[in-house]
Design a protein around this ligand. Structure first.
Ligand code: PFF
Length: 458
């Protein structure tokens, strides 16, 4: 079936229908699965710890509303209007001669860079799963757990092996297709993740002294808020909602015409926030109950938490659940990340899904090795004073994703506001005052905020 969209100032695009998600619930859970990843479960608790507790949470929520939601809805709209991969969608919709489609290249490069360090962490999590199950952390003190973590990072062979397993798992899911692979698996994993998080949060909250951790998360004290908290909250908005890398454009292309984009975006953002808060509620009460430091940074999950679980009754069991949570979050996001490249190869190179999946994952495995090696033989290689792994994390969160979001905001606010796809998908769904705010945010607020984040990041 063909559809015709009127573009900005009079142009038209003819668009072919394409495979769609089986259900709206599937779409919301898949997109939420993509948004909910290591960022929400691993990073959120430690950056909340580092950047001001509840004050940081509040600022993050504010950015989420003023720029996260409008940009997400716009990404879905571009995808649904074109029904194409990230690159082609802009080529179809942009006014002739313009360069908005460069965003597509940018997004795909961003996905690969992100996957490079994402799969390394997922590999650690898988390895931890087996270590915990084998009882390796039992009886260790905090220093012992830290030494075990350091030893794992120094063992390149084992890191590559487990990263490779994660890559193969992702490939198997993606190669089964959108409905039978990505949608089915992500749906099941997301529901499982939410249930496990609740169990773990209840366990942490029932430890003696846990309320201090809750106070830390929800007790607002603005004197803790610094300029760095604000910047990190902005960067984290893009990272936690998976914006600016073209994923939501890709998923928008599989969206049924009847699905309400603004409403679904709200649900996705809600699930992402709720998961991050649940992760906070599972980690901070335990950290405070056991007298640990909430500012432990990235090591919070790999050092502090295993130590805490090694100290409580049946801790090894809860630690296994915790690891499964993180692994599921990482897998659902990484499957989504590669979907962007697979859709591109299917769309532009007319490759079969299975060959596209194999090609993408082989490329990823090779690139991922670079990130994993930065803890071993390449630990001396520094980019902007950071080892490769840290550089990738910093570059994606603070530069690539915000710049991707900036392109979408500028396109939506300045160029495409009057086109039918924005009018039908977004504008007609809101009241006049909401539209005025969204337009203002897309035109001025979001671009300004992004430029501040990027400039400071650089
Ligand atoms: N939102 C994911 C997280 O919080 O871990 C990270 C992410 C996944 C970012 C996919 C971007 C993306 F395209």
């Amino acid at each position: 079936m063909l559809r015709v969209w009127r573009l900005i100032q009079g142009g038209y695009a003819i668009v072919k229908e394409r495979e769609t998600f089986a259900s709206r619930l599937g779409f919301v859970l898949i997109s939420a699965g993509c948004a909910i990843g290591l960022g929400n479960v691993w990073r959120f608790p430690y950056i909340v710890g580092q950047y001001g507790g509840a004050a940081f949470v509040l600022i993050y929520l504010l950015f989420l509303v003023i720029m996260g939601l409008p940009i997400m809805a716009m990404e879905f709209s571009v995808g649904r209007a074109s029904r194409k991969s990230i690159l082609a969608s802009f080529q179809v919709l942009e006014p002739e001669g313009s360069k908005w489609h460069w965003y597509g290249w940018f997004g795909m490069a961003g996905n690969y860079l992100l996957m490079m360090f994402y799969t390394t962490i997922a590999g650690w999590l898988l390895l931890y799963f087996f270590k915990v199950a084998a009882g390796e952390f039992r009886g260790l003190d905090a220093a012992g757990v830290e030494t075990a973590f350091g030893a794992m990072q120094g063992n390149v062979g084992i890191q590559l092996l487990f990263m490779g397993i994660v890559v193969v798992l992702g490939m198997l899911i993606c190669s089964r297709g959108l409905k039978n692979g990505v949608e089915k698996v992500n749906k099941a994993m997301m529901l499982c993740l939410l249930a496990l998080l609740v169990v773990l949060a209840v366990r942490a909250l029932t430890l003696p002294g846990a309320m201090e951790g809750v106070k830390f998360l929800f007790d607002f004290s603005f004197d803790k808020l610094t300029w760095m908290s604000v910047l990190n909250a902005m960067g984290f908005t893009f990272f936690s909602l998976s914006l600016g890398c073209g994923i939501m454009v890709t998923y928008g292309a599989y969206l049924k015409d009847s699905t309400d984009i603004p409403n679904s975006s709200l649900w996705i953002a809600y699930l992402a926030i709720q998961t991050a808060l649940l992760a906070g509620l599972m980690i901070m009460p335990a950290v405070f109950a056991m007298g640990q430091d909430p500012n432990a940074g990235p090591g919070l999950v790999f050092v502090t938490i295993p130590f805490i679980f090694s100290q409580i009754p049946f801790g090894w069991f809860f630690m296994i659940l915790f690891n499964v949570c993180l692994l599921v979050a990482a897998l659902t996001s990484s499957v989504s990340l590669l979907e962007v490249c697979i859709a591109y190869l299917q769309n532009e190179w007319h490759m079969k899904r299975i060959s596209a999946s194999i090609l993408c994952y082989v490329g990823l495995a090779l690139l991922g090795f670079v990130s994993a090696l930065s803890f071993g033989v390449w630990s001396d290689v520094k980019i902007f004073d950071r080892i490769i792994f840290d550089f990738l994390d910093w570059f994606c969160s603070n530069i690539m994703m915000p710049l991707g979001g900036l392109s979408i905001a500028l396109l939506a606010g300045w160029k495409a506001w009057n086109s039918t796809y924005v009018q039908v998908n977004l504008v007609k769904k809101y009241s006049a005052s909401a539209n005025a705010f969204i337009k203002f945010s897309l035109r001025f607020l979001a671009p300004l905020l992004v430029l501040v984040v990027v400039a400071t990041g650089v």
